[in-house]
Write a protein that binds this ligand. Sequence first.
Ligand code: ZN
Ligand code: ZN
Length: 349
Amino acid sequence: MTPSDDETPKSHHRPGGFQNRYNDSVTRNLSEVLRWRWDASRRGLPPLPKAPTPRVTPDLGFLHANATAGVDMVPTVTWIGHATALVQMGGISLLTDPMFSERASPLPFAGPRRQVPPGVAPGDLPRIDLVLVSHNHYDHLDSASVDALKAQAGGSPLFVVPLGLRDWLARRGIDNAIELDWWQEHRIVGPAGDIDVMLSPAQHWSARGLTDRMATLWGGFAVFAPDCHLFFAGDTGYSKDFTDLREHLADRQRPETGGGFDLALLPIGAYEPRWFMTNQHVNAAEAVKIHIDVAAKRSLGVHWGTFELTDEALDEPPRSLAHEVKEAGLQDDEFFVLAVGETRRIPRR
Ligand code: ZN
Ligand code: ZN
């Protein structure tokens, strides 16, 4: 029996860092990385996209008015690009994995380059109250973006991060940060009532350098406000972590109190080649399984169209998602994508 077949979750803490609950072989060794890069270059992958990633002019007037509407705020999600979304709920404006820079890389002149400008420029954002960071990979935790948020008018937002990332923020002068372990929660008093933020398990890894592999924690977030329950999965492979999450929340999301998540942000891109990526990045079919596992009423596909990270074409994930949504018998608006800069209003729970 391989570790991934073992149905008993193990502790995710280990000396000097963390591990996944159901799978010990998420990261790849150097020879596997070289084999992947060699194959991709020999076969000319990824193919060119057929069309650029769709982008619309954001409705800044609405987003700014909604940001200060307090109890009258309309729950919304706006796709900024990649795993970055602006979500307005519970009277606050939050960002997931803020990434506005030109490259997802430690180096300004190398590494994956942004293929479409951010849907909202940092200077055009409404005041951000809360930032959720899923893990420390460069396409999710970006120094310049974090610095810009710290410098916003009215002061730094609150950052909620997985274990081990508070020090990183402190070194950039950000003291307004809360660090969570999996299943831990932090309560925020919002203008429309209490908002609870929980870190949930994901099957992934972390590293910013050569010597810090899995030294800081990774995860997803569940955010519970009176008008909306949000799930942001971060980066993840498919695992039993998602049915575990649903069981963990069974009491809190009973049908008579509004049911499951009103909105899930699920990754749908960066999945090829499967032999390399399966354990760390879901494809569209697995994202649909997560949508069902966590009982999301609707999901937005993110983590595509912005940075060329893997072997599938930049515009393949939404095509694949449309196919899988149909296969699963879901409605188109149950699991959708947005244009960069587009806003979707979410019915109140
Ligand atoms: Zn990652
Ligand atoms: Zn990523």
